[in-house]
Design a protein around this ligand. Structure first.
Ligand code: PLP
Length: 427
C-alpha cells in the first residue's frame, strides 16, 4: 500500500453533521485577534477562574506516587466522602456503594445514554453536549422550550404536557441547576412538582448538579430529595473546585437503578478502566470540605454573585433582557429588542450577531443556537469569568460583598467588556 494515498475513512453515520465547532471556533478567532494585538473580552469560555484550593493541590502532590489502577467504581474513601457530602447537603441517603467515579461527569453522561435506551428530554436552552451525545449514540432528543418569565427552566406543567402525548415512553430528563447557560436555578417548589410528574410517568432524572456549590444562596437543593427512587445525581470537581482539567466527575444512583449502575460500570471497565488514582485521592480531600475549602467557596460565591449582578445590571440598562443569575458564572442575554437595528446592519441570526460583536467590539460570546435556541431569538451565552481569579480571591478575602469600585478596579475586563457591548449597540 502507498502511504501517500488517502486511506478510506469510514465513520459512524450518527457523527455526520457534528463538529467541535462553537466554543472552539470562537476561541480560535479570539486568539487570532489577540495575537494581532486586538483587545478581546473573553466571555465565550465556561471555565472556573479560581485556582484549585491549596489543600487539594497539596493532597494531589502527596499522592503523586499512587500508580496502581483503582477499582472501576472508584476509590472507596472518595465514595465515602461523597456520600456524606451529598447526604448532608441534600437530605438524601446514598451509600458509598451507590457512586460511580469517572474522568469527568461528561464521560459518565455519555455512558448513561449508551446504557439507557430512553428518549432524552432537555430544556432549550441547555448545555451544549447533552444532545450531541444522544446523537452519537442514536437516541431521540426532545427539547422543551422554556420561557424567560420562568427563568428559562422547565416547568412541571410543560413536562406533563410532553409526557401526556406518549405516557409509556421511557424517558431520561436532564435537569441542570444552577444552569449552564442561563445561570438560573429551580426553586424547591418547582423541584417537588417536577418530581411528581417524573414519578407519574416513571421518568429517569439526571440531576446535573455540577454548579451546585456555586449557588449564590449557598443552598444545595436536589430533586433527589423529592424523587429519590428515580434521580441520578451528577457532579464533580470541575466548576466549584477550579479543576476542570483534572477530569473527575461522579454519579450517585438510586438503589432501584442498580442494574443501570452495573451496566454503566461494565462500560466504564471496558473503556476508561478507572479514573486517575492521584486525582481520586485529591478529590477525597476536596469533598471532605474542610474549613479552608468552605471559606474558599464562600468567597468564590459572593465574587461570582456580585460580578454576575454587575454585568446583569449594565446589560439590562442597555435594553438587553435576561434572567438575573442565581448561581454559576453565566448569563443568557437576549438581544431580540435590537432586531431591527441588526437587520439594518445585515445581522440576520445570533451567529451573525456574535461574529459582529467579536469583530467590531472585541467581545466573545457563544450564540444561543448552540444551546438549542432558535437563531432568530438573538440570544447568546455570556460567561463572566474574564478576570484573574487568584488575585480577586485574595483581594476579596475578609469581605462579604463586592461593590462596583472593586469590580472596576480588580476585574477591568468585566467592566470594560460590559461597556463595549452597550457601546456597540449604540453605534
Ligand atoms: N454539565 C454542565 C452543565 C457543564 O457545564 C459541564 C462542563 O462544562 C459538564 C456537565 C461537564 O463537566 P465535567 O465533565 O468537567 O465534569
Amino acid at each position: 500500500m502507498r502511504f501517500d494515498q488517502e486511506l478510506p475513512t469510514v465513520t459512524n453515520q450518527n457523527l455526520f453533521g457534528l463538529s467541535t465547532s462553537a466554543t472552539l471556533a470562537i476561541n480560535e478567532r479570539s486568539r487570532a485577534l489577540m495575537d494581532a494585538g486586538k483587545k478581546v473580552y473573553r466571555f465565550g469560555f465556561g471555565q472556573s477562574p479560581f485556582p484549585v484550593p491549596n489543600s487539594v493541590v497539596e493532597s494531589l502532590r502527596e499522592h503523586a506516587h499512587e500508580k496502581d489502577y483503582l477499582p472501576v467504581q472508584g476509590l472507596p474513601a472518595l465514595r465515602e466522602a461523597l456520600a456524606s457530602f451529598i447526604n448532608s447537603h441534600t437530605g438524601t441517603r446514598f451509600k458509598s456503594s451507590q457512586f460511580l467515579i469517572g474522568p469527568g461527569s461528561k464521560e459518565l453522561m455519555f455512558l448513561l445514554q449508551l446504557s439507557y435506551y430512553g428518549e432524552l428530554v432537555i430544556p432549550a436552552p441547555s448545555w451544549v453536549s447533552y444532545a450531541p451525545q444522544a446523537q452519537i449514540i442514536g437516541r431521540h432528543v426532545r427539547r422543551l422550550d422554556t420561557l424567560p418569565e420562568n427563568g428559562l427552566l422547565i416547568m412541571p406543567d410543560e413536562l406533563e404536557a410532553l409526557c401526556e402525548q406518549d405516557p409509556s415512553r421511557p424517558r431520561l430528563l436532564v435537569l441542570n441547576y444552577p444552569a449552564n447557560p442561563t445561570g438560573t436555578t429551580y426553586s424547591e417548589d418547582n423541584l417537588r412538582d417536577l418530581a411528581m410528574v417524573a414519578r407519574k410517568y416513571r421518568i429517569i432524572v439526571l440531576s446535573d448538579e455540577i454548579y451546585s456549590e456555586l449557588n449564590f444562596q449557598d443552598k444545595r437543593v436536589s430533586i433527589a430529595y423529592y424523587y429519590p427512587e428515580g434521580t441520578i445525581i451528577s457532579g464533580g470537581l470541575s466548576k466549584w473546585c477550579g479543576a476542570g482539567g483534572w477530569r473527575l466527575g461522579f454519579f450517585a444512583f438510586p438503589e432501584g437503578l442498580k442494574r443501570l449502575q452495573d451496566a454503566m460500570t461494565v462500560c466504564a471497565s471496558e473503556t476508561f478502566t478507572s479514573t486517575s488514582a492521584p486525582i481520586q485521592y485529591a478529590a477525597t480531600t476536596a469533598f471532605k470540605m474542610g474549613p479552608d475549602i468552605q471559606e474558599y467557596l464562600k468567597t468564590a460565591r459572593f465574587i461570582l454573585r456580585d460580578i454576575g449582578y454587575y454585568m446583569h445590571r449594565k446589560l439590562v440598562a442597555a435594553g438587553i433582557t435576561m434572567p438575573k443569575p442565581e448561581g454559576g458564572f453565566y448569563l443568557f442575554p437576549s438581544f431580540a429588542a435590537h432586531k431591527e437595528l441588526f437587520q439594518s446592519r445585515g445581522i440576520e441570526t445570533d451567529r451573525d450577531m456574535c461574529q459582529a460583536l467579536l469583530e467590531e467590539a472585541g467581545v466573545a460570546l457563544l450564540p444561543g443556537v448552540e444551546f438549542g435556541c432558535s437563531s432568530d431569538l438573538f440570544a447568546a451565552r455570556l460567561s463572566y469569568v474574564d478576570f484573574d481569579g487568584a488575585a480577586v480571591l485574595e483581594a476579596a478575602t475578609g469581605k462579604d460583598a463586592l461593590d462596583d469600585a472593586f469590580i472596576e478596579t480588580h476585574c477591568p475586563q468585566i467592566a470594560e467588556g460590559a461597556k463595549a457591548i452597550c457601546d456597540w449597540l449604540k453605534k
